[in-house]
Design a binder for this molecule. Structure first.
Ligand SMILES: [Mg+2]
Length: 215
């Protein structure tokens, strides 16, 4: 680790389902997008289980028609910005944890499968922009579980990543692939049993442990 001496440390967070409870607005918008593209409205649970995957992959579960997949994605990009803060809120403790990390001299970043522009609008709308040093979306490169979005975020920060915090197996796989320790949180898309299959270094019901781990 000598080569890392002097570099700032960072904790990287997934956004949806990890820092913010955004799933209801996403699920609503995706179901409406399916209808707008001429598909039957999918079940809430069906959609919820797909959150965190890229839009096209989500749509491919409901249609094999490439053209319709494109229409679902386009409709979602139209509908979601109209509803994205209706029910979306930071999870309890999220803002306080980000603030506490920065007080410890640890940089904070978001690495999300959302596009950067949408992720930044969301973070700003929720009043969290001041607590996050860099918001990185997946803008045309390989999505999680590939480590790319984490690498790009850390590059932008000029920091060494210590922990990847996420609510899905793909977050944990991406974190490990990027060489970070992994912290699975049980309140998002995947339950604790599902997260355990990815063998995270920590599996937690709150963010409290994270602060003791970076100290
Ligand atoms: Mg997530």
């Amino acid at each position: 680790m000598e080569q890392r001496a002097g570099m700032r440390r960072a904790v990287v967070f997934d956004l949806d389902g990890t820092l913010i409870d955004s799933l209801p607005d996403i699920v609503f918008s995706f179901r409406e997008a399916c209808v707008a593209a001429g598909l039957p409205r999918p079940g809430e649970g069906e959609v919820r289980a797909l959150i965190g995957r890229p839009l096209d992959e989500m749509a491919e579960v409901f249609t094999q028609d490439v053209r319709v997949v494109g229409e679902v994605s386009a409709a979602y990009r139209r509908i979601y910005p109209l509803h994205f803060t209706e029910r979306t809120r930071p999870f309890p403790g999220a803002v306080e944890t980000l603030r506490a990390l920065r007080a410890l001299g640890v940089s904070t970043a978001v690495a999300t499968t959302k596009r950067s522009d949408m992720a930044r609008r969301l973070v700003e709308a929720l009043g969290m922009a001041g607590e996050i040093d860099h918001v990185q979306g997946t803008d045309g490169f390989a999505h999680k579980p590939a480590p790319d979005v984490i690498h790009v975020a850390l590059e932008a920060l000029g920091a060494v990543g210590e922990w990847m915090v996420g609510d899905t197996v793909t977050d944990l796989q991406a974190g490990r692939a990027a060489g970070l320790r992994t912290y699975g949180v049980s309140w998002g898309t995947h339950d604790a049993a599902t997260l355990a299959t990815a063998e995270p270094d920590v599996l937690a019901d709150d963010l409290g442990q994270l602060l003791t781990l970076v100290e």
